[in-house]
Design a protein around this ligand. Structure first.
Ligand code: NAP
Length: 258
């Protein structure tokens, strides 16, 4: 049984997830670094965490598949003997970014499997693992963090499946928060704004322009580290009387302005 708290971060081979995994490791978490198609960057992140004195393991798995979700939880428990934190970060944008009138069921299924069904059932499985660990006092509490998006409420007519799935994440957060509070598990939604990553690389120039024009009151790109620091804050004991909260990490984008 591992003495440090343990976090499983989905989709942490690159981008925001890699930033979250690295920051949690800096804060004494052992980290399960989940990747899907990118073993190399996941292995490099694990090596970097270990070089800094931390503990990590790279775990392959598609969060959209039940078998893979089961394996992610069981391999984390096999390696570290406990699970304190799940960060549901893995996500894809809408393949082909098709207009509402052209959207396909194939794209819908892929986005929903990865961005909503996977996170819900992984959270369910993680909670099933955490509850006995809390009962046996092997972990103090559990925390589930869902990485959603400003797309949960801001319309992009060329990414309907992505927006609808992210909107669903708020209800998912509330449902889990309400059900799991008595079990000692707190649940949060983090809503990033425009963050520099491979996902936003193809639309960089568009966002460069929008940010310069004042898209968000804080006129800069968000970085994976901005999201990572918010995750570390909610999994710490800084907010003991909260659950189900949405934390906006968006430079103030969510503020309506006239
Ligand atoms: P990214 O740079 O495209 O990285 C995506 C990560 O998710 C990769 O590590 C990838 O793993 C993993 N992944 C993709 N499909 C997966 C699957 N089926 N199973 C497991 N892992 C999978 O994306 P990002 O910008 O860091 O986004 C991370 C999260 O933040 C997403 O949920 C996204 O919706 C959300 N978000 C992003 C922004 C933004 O501006 N970038 C804003 C708001 C919210 P492999 O490389 O190993 O395949």
């Amino acid at each position: 049984m591992y003495s440090r708290p343990v976090a499983l971060v989905t989709g942490s081979s690159r981008g925001i997830g890699a930033g979250i995994a690295a920051e949690l490791a800096r804060h004494q978490f052992a980290v399960a670094v989940n990747y899907y198609r990118s073993p190399q960057p996941a292995a490099e992140l694990v090596a970097q965490i270990e070089a800094e004195g931390g503990s990590a393991v790279a775990l392959q798995g598609n969060v959209g598949l039940g078998m893979d979700r089961e394996r992610l939880i069981s391999q984390t428990l096999e390696k570290f003997g406990r699970l304190d934190v799940l960060v549901n970060n893995a996500g894809i944008t809408s393949p082909g970014r098709r207009d509402v009138l052209e959207a396909t069921e194939e794209s819908w299924d892929e986005v929903f499997d990865t961005n909503l069904k996977g996170p819900f059932f992984l959270a369910q499985r993680a909670a099933q693992a955490m509850i006995p660990l809390i009962g046996q006092k092997k972990i103090e509490r559990g925390t589930i963090v869902n990485i959603s998006s400003i797309s949960a409420y801001a319309v992009s007519t060329n990414r309907p499946d992505y927006c609808i799935a992210k909107a669903g994440m708020q209800m998912m957060t509330w449902l889990l928060a309400a059900r799991l509070a008595d079990c000692g598990i707190r649940v949060y939604e983090i809503c990033p704004g425009v963050i520099a990553s491979d996902m936003t690389a193809p639309v960089r120039e568009k966002y460069d322009r929008l940010i310069a024009e004042g898209l968000s009151p804080i006129r800069r790109w968000g970085q994976p580290s901005d999201v990572a620091r918010a995750v570390v804050a909610v999994v710490s004991d800084a907010f003991p009387f909260t659950t189900g909260e949405r934390i906006n990490v968006d430079g103030g984008y969510h503020i309506r302005r006239l």
